[in-house]
Ligand binder design. Structure first.
Ligand SMILES: [Ca+2]
Length: 235
């Protein structure tokens, strides 16, 4: 009996010790921005609680549904890509040609560039590890990059170049959309550097924060950039 009590006491003490050690003093998560030792490395799915994601839901604006997103796959060359192909119809007017496509420009990088492509939206999901209070800071820019045509045109070699149609950039905290910005609605069809702070948010382990770039119809010239910093400030 004594031995059993000793074992139980030891287990209780171990559990208490483990609980104390469970949440580090400083919990900070950073995606994008300049080189920083805390920055998300994105070398594997779920590393530092970040998940590169894709969806075949496009041009949805405020109707974008984070439940349609799936985990990306990591290519041998270290690029995050959709784990499936889509069939898209050629942009060339009058053509019904179908193209099987896996997003040539699709890429979610550690420097904050998280672009979808024609047929794909791109997202970065963060999953809360420790219950607590968090401050969330986001900065972003995006929209028509240099060379993005206002009107479609034919190149000298006959190739058809569709117009840049911009990008929807949105953010979700605890499944609630915080904003959804259409770059095309803004001057020069561009989202200039924009920053928001959402402070003292109560989160439980498993809760999520999402950054979403919905490419619209055309995946070229979207140029979406993010910086996200999540800091645990208390229990
Ligand atoms: Ca676009």
């Amino acid at each position: 009996m004594k031995r059993l009590l000793s074992v139980i006491l030891a287990l209780v003490l171990l559990t208490a010790l483990f609980s104390c050690a469970e949440t580090p003093d400083e919990v900070i998560y950073i995606y994008g921005g300049a080189s920083d030792p805390n920055r998300a490395k994105l070398k594997k799915m779920g590393q530092q609680s970040w998940y590169p994601m894709y969806s075949t839901q496009i041009n949805a604006g405020e109707e974008i549904d984070i439940n349609t997103f799936k985990e990306c796959m990591l290519t041998e060359t270290g690029l995050w890509k959709p784990a499936e192909e889509v069939v898209i119809t050629s942009f060339v007017p009058g053509s019904d040609d179908e193209i099987t496509f896996r997003g040539a420009w699709f890429n979610i990088r550690k420097d904050g560039f998280a672009a979808g492509d024609t047929g794909f939206s791109a997202a970065l999901k963060w999953v809360c590890e420790y219950d607590g209070t968090y401050d969330v800071h986001v900065a972003f820019s995006g929209g028509t990059s240099a060379g993005g045509p206002e009107e479609p045109y034919y190149q000298a070699d006959g190739a058809y170049i569709p117009a840049a149609d911009g990008v929807y950039m949105s953010m979700f905290i605890l499944d609630e959309m915080m904003f959804c910005v259409d770059s095309y609605s803004l001057p020069a069809h561009r989202i200039e550097q924009t920053e928001y702070d959402y402070n003292e948010i109560e989160m439980k382990a498993g809760d999520t924060v999402w950054l979403v770039a919905d490419t619209k119809e055309n995946g070229g010239w979207d140029d979406p950039w993010w910086y996200l910093r999540i800091v645990r400030t208390g229990d």
